[in-house]
Unconditional design. Structure first.
Length: 389
């Protein structure tokens, strides 16, 4: 691999011994990675000013500028940089206040193979979107947009002394932005759970009301929008449609004899199938309006006019964002391939991609959820494989 195509990786830790260990351990990757090592946040920023990095892996606890503060500054100045933090359980309270600046949490002690996998995955994600301006925009996003009315209901619910997981979950499930952020956090190494969680209620039980209060009120991570303005109205429609798509995907899985886990995975993937569109509407509203108006004045679907306007499909944007936030590979694959499922080499008979594709091929009476062409041949092939198993 030529020098200019190497991944620029910056490791930050105040313990030189640990950096030396990383340098030795990752030496076999020198052909693919251009590695730099900084002993402080200030030194890391100086290095980034000279040459930006593809990925930054920082320890949390450092004298002076801690890792969360460093990554917050990097998000502001180099938003396309993928940001990992190495943290222990004792760092949780400090990290909650800066959770929006961190793409992924790596639990200490962290095996080198975990770091290698995380960096390799980040590199693979970058191949989804070639345009650096779009990677910069998506990389700087702290969370999906949240409707202000739902956010206010959440704050009221968690400040109630009698609040329980069920009542809070009822509020959160009404907003895809809230649900996505909670599931991102609970499935990260930040909490170190042995299994993936796809249920919002389970996520709230595991996070706890007190931690949720810190996330919702102290961190200011949620991008609250009024449903009365143009962008907020679009997001409100998208989140309502997303809930319907999630329900349709779960039903498709149930009708095909899917297990409870498969049904929940299908529901989650379906619910997240339009997150790229929400990001485009929020981050580039004028251009998204152009795409929407173009679709309404022509025979084209919104997916077509989005490609013409942005040079990329909304589901690619969504898959990139969810991958950055360390959502499960199957969910990312389902989002990325929903319009062309036969291009997937990973999808089996009960993969969530099948059910997301089936759900997205239906009409929902709204241009924001334009139906995708249904690939009946691919679905039939999967069904034959399932019946033959």
């Amino acid at each position: 691999m030529s020098e200019e195509k190497k991944l620029e990786i910056l490791f930050v830790d105040d313990e030189e011994r640990l950096l030396d260990g990383l340098r030795r351990r990752f030496r076999p990757h020198r052909e693919q990675w251009s590695m730099r090592f900084a002993l402080s946040g200030a030194e890391a920023l100086k290095m980034l000013e000279e040459t930006p990095a593809t990925v930054v892996v920082s320890d949390m606890r450092m004298p002076g500028m801690d890792g969360a503060t460093l990554l917050t500054e990097i998000r502001k100045r180099w938003p396309s940089t993928v940001r990992f933090i190495l943290s222990g359980q004792t760092d949780q309270e400090e990290l909650l206040a800066s959770v929006g600046a961190i793409h992924q949490f790596l639990q200490k002690p962290c095996e080198p193979e975990t770091i290698i996998h995380s960096i390799s995955r980040a590199h693979s994600l970058a191949a989804l979107i070639e345009r650096t301006d779009l990677r910069r925009i998506v990389g700087g996003v702290e969370s999906l947009p949240v409707l202000s009315t739902t956010y206010q209901k959440l704050v009221q619910a968690i400040e109630d002394e009698d609040a329980d997981a069920e009542s809070v979950a009822a509020v959160v499930m009404g907003d895809v932005g809230l649900s996505t952020k909670l599931l991102q956090m609970i499935n990260s190494a930040f909490f170190g759970l042995p299994r993936r969680v796809t249920s919002v209620k389970d996520a709230i039980v595991l996070i706890g009301i007190d931690r949720l209060r810190v996330i919702a009120i102290t961190s200011q991570v949620f991008d609250a929008l009024a449903a009365t303005d143009e962008v907020g109205e679009t997001i409100s429609r998208l989140w309502s449609l997303s809930t319907d798509i999630g329900a349709a995907a779960a039903k498709a899985a149930a009708d095909n004899g899917g297990s409870e886990a498969e049904r929940e995975s299908a529901r989650l993937a379906g619910t997240l199938s339009l997150v790229g569109r929400a990001l485009l509407a929020r981050m580039m509203p004028d251009r998204f309006r152009n795409a929407l108006e173009h679709a309404s004045l022509s025979d084209l679907e919104l997916s077509d006019t989005e490609r013409a306007e942005f040079g990329v499909a909304q589901h690619t944007i969504g898959a990139y964002a969810l991958g950055l936030w360390a959502f499960d590979d199957a969910i990312v694959e389902a989002i990325a391939r929903q319009a062309a499922p036969s291009s997937s080499v990973l999808a089996g008979p009960d993969h969530p991609l099948r059910y997301v594709h089936e759900a997205r091929s239906r009409g929902y009476g709204d241009a924001l959820a334009d139906p995708l062409p249904r690939d009946d041949e691919w679905i039939a092939q999967l069904q034959q494989r399932k019946e033959a198993a």
